[in-house]
Design a protein around this ligand. Sequence first.
Ligand SMILES: Cc1cc2nc3c(=O)[nH]c(=O)nc-3n(C[C@H](O)[C@H](O)[C@H](O)COP(=O)(O)OP(=O)(O)OC[C@H]3O[C@@H](n4cnc5c(N)ncnc54)[C@H](O)[C@@H]3O)c2cc1C
Length: 344
Amino acid sequence: MKDALIIGQGIAGTLVSFELLQRNWSIDVADHIEPLTASKIASGLYNPLVLKRRRVVWKAHEMINVVEKSYRTIEKLSGENFLHTTPVWESLPDPGTENDWMSLSDNPHFEDFIGVILSPSNDAIKAHKVGEVAKSGKVDVTTMISAWSNYLYSIQSKIDVRIDPEDLVQRGNHWEYKNQLYKNVIWCNGFAEEHPHFGQLPFSPTKGEVLIVNAPTLTLDHILHGNVFIMPLGGHTYKVGATYSWKDLTPTPTLEGKETLLEGWNKLVNAECEIIVHQAGIRPNVKDRKPLIGSSHIHDGVHLFNGLGSRGILMAPWLAQNFADYLEGKAELYPEVNVNRFTA
Ligand SMILES: Cc1cc2nc3c(=O)[nH]c(=O)nc-3n(C[C@H](O)[C@H](O)[C@H](O)COP(=O)(O)OP(=O)(O)OC[C@H]3O[C@@H](n4cnc5c(N)ncnc54)[C@H](O)[C@@H]3O)c2cc1C
């Protein structure tokens, strides 16, 4: 008998499996190879501020404190580097935005995250000033998922399969899947119209599009943020993201998305670019913008870790710790994220 079967290995399944292994749980992680999941498309930015609205993310101080430790430990175990702590630069194109930035640094809620104002010595950046977002950075998510998957194989804890809920059979307090018994089943399966054990969940999914471009004349070493962000990927390759759409939830990239991203690019930098890849994915956002974590009322031992929305990289490490404490009976879940706020 094993302690848990984790279904899905995107950002959620990676962080939950990491946290439970740290606590010596015996687990299997099931995932089926899908090239374009939300996590594989994600830009991997973590940022304690909602830059467009000049707001601090819910529990950002607590979350940011565990981000680096969790990802560095996963790097160490898996032998791959994917965490980059170079901070985001917020474009401050005029004296008004510069003043706003300075006044935020006087606000005690923001002060930990509002870094210095710099004058970039890079003619390609259109704004004369940029504000550093302290404690921000990025994770190369595809590298992390594949490195962690290899680590899970090496400890015989990974199975490549799409779990059909019909194959999960309740045996007393336990669950059986293909002759293996588990004490817990943990769904980390991302956005789904209808959940096999939780039914209709209050998702409000958003489609996001990104471009990968080549810009031979541009040399950036920070992520630059304005209407869009421009993220250096190495050489003269950049990721440009991301759009938000609530209407069209097809996984197909659109002309409108491309135009929005290129317009954002042109507002931020003076540089020609050539599009190499254009991708779209669906973020598992929730109606009240908080994750969905907790246990089924109907099926004993069945749990959910989902709804990471647009900020999986920032939220998952801290929430996975709270979730693991909860599973071990050491803590309550935060009511703001407990799935029972919708199902109770
Ligand atoms: C364009 C775009 C840009 C983004 N940029 C960022 C960013 O910069 N920073 C950030 O923090 N977030 C970003 N996000 C959001 C981020 O992608 C999500 O928060 C995160 O990926 C959610 O992870 P997840 O593991 O819950 O879901 P998913 O990534 O959807 O993973 C679910 C996994 O479960 C597997 N699965 C599903 N059903 C089964 C089954 N029955 N059996 C086995 N496996 C199953 C799937 O194959 C998949 O691998 C972005 C999203 C998009 C679309």
